[in-house]
Design a protein around this ligand. Structure first.
Ligand code: ZN
Length: 422
């Protein structure tokens, strides 16, 4: 019967604007594990690393040093988070010399972590909010009784992944010098992307019946395949606002042609995050089995306060499963969705989009990057893609890629082969 008291406690913690009274000690070491979810071979798989966290605080200012290492990795990677005297948050990654400005996600993480690390009464600390892709969630840090003593569990929902820490307090008090520990030095003060208005969608017709919609802020490209009385949308970008942007571009440029089917190449956030607004219009999701199960999960995500378009629509989302290939065809156009699976060297299922009449093949993130010295092939992913194309003897003339959007989005097939032959 402890549930009501616990709920009250959570409510209080979520509403408490002031940090707990106990702020000492000012330097703490925690060690344990950190798991990252969202960019692996299949939904809910995690990348597990060891983590050592040093927390330093001085009044409202704080510095958090996170050292992470994979199994067998000798030198941990250091990421440093800082909260300055004005409450602004900053991060410096292992590969950067400068701190850059961070937004609400980092503010939430630091708030719950710092409050929990300094909380001698081992209470719960959470910030509830609506995530643009995951819905109504909470970033939280709370202590639980572990087998070897108290464990601090931290859940953090970032823009493009989810992070979970399990940490224990060590006997070490890391040394720090308050006079220098909070110096930011030269910084990159560009406002965080999440606080800026998204750049307008760019609509471009690549070939008859094939239209590209690029969203520069989300760094994603979708294709709208136009049929006689409808559209099939391939790839849905990062989150609800991105999905709404795609639909607005289609409403403007292809009016009277509703999205009848929506597909995604693989389950990663930049391809599935914008599904819900498209589902809200009644589009049928079509995917291989793992992707279909994931789409059903996305349809069930809690977007209650406030309701998003799908929640407000009250619709039952229809998800159709295919194995291998699925063809969409009428007199005007043809699209073949092909699951190349293990050939992707990226995810267990990986759908590419073949347009036989235009000889275009659209793929997500396997092919190439635009580097400072020109194009660079995507390694084993790119070779696997080429193998999948050649095994099926697809007469591809042009490749179109969803990500990255900076650099060349389309590549003649001959150039792709030449790139991989280097
Ligand atoms: Zn990916």
């Amino acid at each position: 019967m402890q549930q009501p008291a616990r709920a009250l406690c959570l409510l209080f913690a979520a509403c408490a604007a002031t940090p707990p009274a106990v702020l000492e000690p000012a330097a703490v070491e925690l060690s344990g594990t950190v798991a990252y979810e969202a960019h692996l071979a299949r939904p809910h798989a995690t990348r597990d690393l060891t983590a050592t966290v040093h927390v330093f605080r001085d009044g409202g200012r704080a510095r958090v040093e996170l050292r992470e290492a994979a199994a067998g990795q000798a030198n941990p990677e250091l990421t440093t988070y800082m909260r300055d005297g004005d409450g602004a948050c900053w991060v410096r990654s292992a590969s950067s010399k400068q701190f850059r400005r961070e937004g609400a996600a980092t503010e939430r993480f630091l708030r719950v972590l710092l409050d929990a690390a300094a909380d001698a009464s081992h209470g719960e600390h959470r910030v509830a909010f609506q995530h643009a892709r995951l819905g109504d969630v909470a970033d939280e840090a709370h202590w639980v009784a572990g087998s070897t003593g108290p464990e601090l569990h931290v859940r953090w929902h970032r823009t493009a992944d989810q992070v979970e820490f399990v940490l224990r307090r060590t006997a070490t008090t890391p040394a720090f010098d308050a006079a220098t520990a909070f110096a930011l030095g030269e910084v990159d003060a560009t406002p965080p992307a999440a606080t800026r208005a998204p750049a307008p969608a760019r609509f471009r017709t690549l070939a008859p019946g094939v239209h590209e919609i690029t969203l520069p802020t989300a760094d994603s490209r979708s294709l709208a395949i136009e049929f006689q009385d409808h559209v099939v949308l391939c790839e849905t970008s990062l989150d609800n606002p991105s999905g709404e942007q795609l639909l607005a571009a289609l409403d403007e440029r292809l009016p009277g042609k509703p999205v009848r089917h929506v597909l995604f190449g693989h389950y990663h956030p930049h391809y599935t995050g914008g599904l819900r607004p498209v589902m809200a219009r009644g589009a049928v999701v079509v995917a291989p089995p793992l992707g279909a199960a994931f789409a059903t999960e996305i349809a069930a995500r809690p977007f209650r306060s406030p309701p998003d378009a799908l929640a407000a629509s009250g619709r039952q989302v229809v998800v159709e499963t295919f194995r291998g290939e699925r063809t969409f065809r009428d007199d005007s156009n043809e699209l073949v969705a092909i699951d190349i699976g293990a050939h992707s060297h990226h995810t267990d299922e990986y759908v590419v989009f073949w347009l036989p009449r235009q000889q275009i093949l659209f793929e997500g993130d396997l092919g190439w990057f635009a580097g400072p010295n020109g194009l660079r092939g995507g390694g084993e992913r790119a070779r696997g893609l080429l193998q999948a194309i050649d095994e099926r003897q697809l007469p591809v003339a042009t490749l179109v890629q969803s990500w990255p959007t900076v650099g060349m989005a389309t590549l003649p097939m001959a150039e792709f082969r030449a790139l991989l032959a280097k």
